[in-house]
Ligand binder design. Structure first.
Ligand code: GLA
Length: 380
């Protein structure tokens, strides 16, 4: 990562500091965050770095090392939702969200350098927001704790960038620690870190980036969110989190088929998260999680209907080639799948996926292993 060097080159002086934040994969707990349920993500070893320095004239200058991405310049006082497009709205949205909280934010020069793949469902936007939030928090002397920054970044994403997402991605980026996954209850916002020693058990977590971009500020994601809210309303509960599977079976006659399926995904997925966390906390082998990961995929594919042919093929092929289990990760409609594999078989399983994509005439997927990485911090 070279945010500092790029800053110096572009702006001609030293930045006041560097802040960085990771992307994430969600091990399990998909489309549960906005239903006040459970999630279990981990930060990955790919990060967004922000080099920043305050300016005295209230101007915000934004630039990135990403090829073909335009720079932006705007006065902090003129930040309003809808004024910016592309990557810069994630940084500017964070400035705006500090302002909404009555915190006086100076102008800044900012340089972004990220190696989180964009559009791959690995939360590249949350990584940018969280790195920017740490920078602004320090440079404006705001001193907000990480839990508040989660909500601030979510507000930037929802109200400034226009994607109606939950708190999964920002929590993973801000609260994770290396070597752990993060168990988060999205209703109480209580979280705890659970050790995940993949390498120690000879396991590897493969990400299969299908190269089919996803976007959560358009159609499907918001529609699923509405489906869930309507189902909860019909059943007279504050959120689908309130329900168990037996409750839902009894309530089935009151829901239309589609609403029932959506709710069944959320309720069963919450149960799967608890199963996974209990399994790991009891010290059982990571490999034993394979089946529950695959069940999560089936539920997302059949009940929640957010998978894609590419994601399904990635899951089928990795499992057929020996993965313990596999599932799409993130919001779906494209993006990435993950597969839990024996580290010794990772090469052969990656090759099998690549061959199957070629045979199907799909774009060549990128397949790489991720390690539970460090959360957001001051520094690279
Ligand atoms: C996206 C959103 C998250 C979450 C997931 C689905 O990643 O940003 O808030 O809803 O989809 O689990």
């Amino acid at each position: 990562m070279n945010a500092r060097g790029a800053f110096r080159e572009l702006y001609g002086y030293e930045p006041a500091g560097i802040w960085s934040a990771p992307g994430r994969v969600n091990l399990i707990g998909e489309h549960t965050d906005y239903n006040e349920g459970y999630v279990f993500p981990l930060a990955i070893d790919r990060r967004a770095g922000v080099a920043a320095a305050p300016r005295q004239d209230g101007v915000l200058r934004l630039a990135t090392t990403a090829p073909g991405s335009a720079a932006a310049e705007i006065k902090v006082a003129e930040l309003v939702p809808g004024r910016l497009a592309g990557w810069s709205r994630y940084v500017a949205g964070v400035h705006w969200a500090f302002g909404v909280r009555g915190i006086d934010v100076p102008g800044m020069d900012i340089l972004l350098d990220s190696d989180v793949p964009v559009g791959a469902g690995l939360s590249s936007s949350a990584a940018v927001e969280c790195a920017a939030a740490l920078a602004v928090n320090d440079l404006a002397g705001a001193g907000l704790p990480a839990e508040d920054l989660v909500l601030l970044c979510q507000q930037a994403e929802n109200d400034f960038a226009g994607a109606p997402t939950g708190i999964l991605d920002q929590s993973a980026s801000l609260l994770s620690q290396a070597g752990h996954a993060l168990f988060l209850d999205c209703r109480s916002r209580e979280s705890r870190l659970v050790p995940l020693d993949l390498a120690g058990e000879g396991m590897s977590l493969l990400v299969i980036d299908t190269k089919v971009g996803h976007a959560h500020d358009s159609g499907g994601y918001a529609e699923r969110r509405r489906d869930c809210e309507r189902a909860a309303e019909t059943l007279g509960v504050a959120s689908l989190r309130e329900l168990t599977l037996p409750d839902l079976v009894l309530a089935a006659p009151r829901l239309e088929r589609k609403a029932y399926q959506r709710a069944r995904h959320v309720v069963s997925e919450n149960a799967r998260v608890l199963t996974v966390v209990a399994h790991l906390e009891a010290g059982r082998p990571i490999r034993g999680l394979g089946q529950v990961l695959s069940s999560s995929h089936e539920s997302l594919r059949d009940d929640f209907e957010v998978s894609s042919p590419e994601l399904d093929l990635a899951v089928e092929t990795t499992v057929a080639a020996g993965a313990a289990g596999a599932r799409m990760t993130g919001g779906g409609f494209g993006g990435s799948a993950l597969a839990l594999v024996n580290a010794a078989e990772a090469g052969q399983i990656s090759a099998a996926v690549k061959r199957s994509f070629e045979r199907a005439g799909y774009a060549d997927p990128e397949v790489f292993a991720v390690e539970p990485g460090a959360g957001a911090r001051s520094g690279d």
